[in-house]
Ligand binder design. Structure first.
Ligand SMILES: [Zn+2]
Length: 329
């Protein structure tokens, strides 16, 4: 008896110790020690969408939160990977934007939400989707929004972000059924705000149909397309800047001429992908009186809310177009 109770005692103490150690972040069931669903997102943009839907019933960790630097080049460390492994719900961009999230080991019952795949699912609805060989598939697809590769900046695709919010609500409802209505109400409220922003884009299209703009990389492509704007930047320039390479002299000259001749109504540039070449384009735009609009990949300092961020983006775009409309001879 004495021996058994001692053994049991030791076992209980060990179990407790393991439980406490794991309980620091998660009990490995995808739930935090205070009963919230553990959500891990690749960037604070996707994290904030999860936050908007999950509210007080989720514990959201975003791995990339810097307003500077290039999230494309982010590499997850061991601590980040452990966070992903403990998550109940994982929200990622997909399309090779945050490949480390796709490959990171996950809880066997974790629900993974891939925004790029949701977008692709929309485009391919009714078609047979060949599961494997993402890259091979893309090259053969006839996408209207970008020559060559599919634009992976899904967070500028407002309707898809709305769908991601609904998918997050589905996932959280599965993890925490008691709060299902709360998640669905939040997702509906988020989609109402998305629709308001889409209304502002429709207003741009109505007042400035087909206005030509340039952007240093395809960052805001979906947003510009929904606003009915035509991105006339040479594709080669955008591809090079996006890939962190030097664009060809011909593409640079063509883009500079486009801006200096005021062939565009605004120059949109990515503050997180700046080099001497993009700085030169901004200087030319300033000199020619072409409004420059700053866009970002992740939240600028001080911003924590997706809707607030996109509202500022849409308003900056609206103001730029208004300014160049009145200044056009
Ligand atoms: Zn980018």
């Amino acid at each position: 008896m004495a021996t058994w109770s001692r053994i049991l005692g030791v076992t209980a103490a060990l179990t407790l110790a393991v439980g406490v150690a794991a309980g620091c972040s998660s009990d490995n069931s995808g739930t935090t020690s205070d009963g919230k669903v553990a959500v891990v997102a690749s960037t604070n943009v996707w994290g904030s969408v999860a936050e908007a839907v999950g509210g007080e019933h989720v514990d959201v960790t975003s791995l990339y939160t810097s307003p500077d630097g290039d999230p494309h080049e982010f590499e997850a460390n061991a601590k980040d990977t452990a966070k992903v492994a403990d998550a109940g719900v994982v929200v990622l961009n997909g399309g090779h934007y945050d490949a480390y999230m796709e490959t990171a080991p996950k809880n066997s019952d974790a629900i993974v939400i891939n925004a790029f795949d949701i977008m692709e699912g929309d485009e391919h609805s009714g078609e047979e989707h060949s599961g494997d060989g993402h890259d091979a598939g893309h090259e053969e697809d006839d996408h209207s929004h970008a020559p060559g590769a599919v634009n992976e900046h899904v967070f500028y695709n407002l309707p898809v972000v709305g769908e991601v919010a609904n998918s997050i609500a589905d996932a959280l409802a599965e993890k925490d059924s008691a709060n299902e209505q709360y998640f669905r109400d939040n997702a509906a409220a988020f989609n109402n705000q998305i629709n308001e922003l889409r209304g502002q884009l429709a207003a741009i299209e109505a007042s400035d149909p087909g206005a030509k703009v340039a952007q240093t990389e395809p960052l805001a492509g979906y947003l510009l397309a929904e606003a009915g704007l035509e991105d006339v930047t040479p594709a080669g320039l955008q591809d090079a800047v996006e890939a962190g390479q030097s664009p060809s002299a011909r593409d640079v000259a063509a883009t500079q001429e486009l801006i200096s001749s005021r062939g565009v109504r605004a120059l949109i540039y990515n503050t997180q992908a700046v080099d001497d070449g993009t700085k030169a384009l901004i200087a030319i735009a300033d000199g020619a009186g072409v409004p420059v609009v700053d866009f970002t990949e992740t939240f600028p300092a001080g911003v924590t809310d997706y809707i607030e961020w996109q509202r500022a983006n849409v308003e900056a775009l609206t103001s730029a177009l208004a300014a160049s409309a009145t200044s056009t001879p």
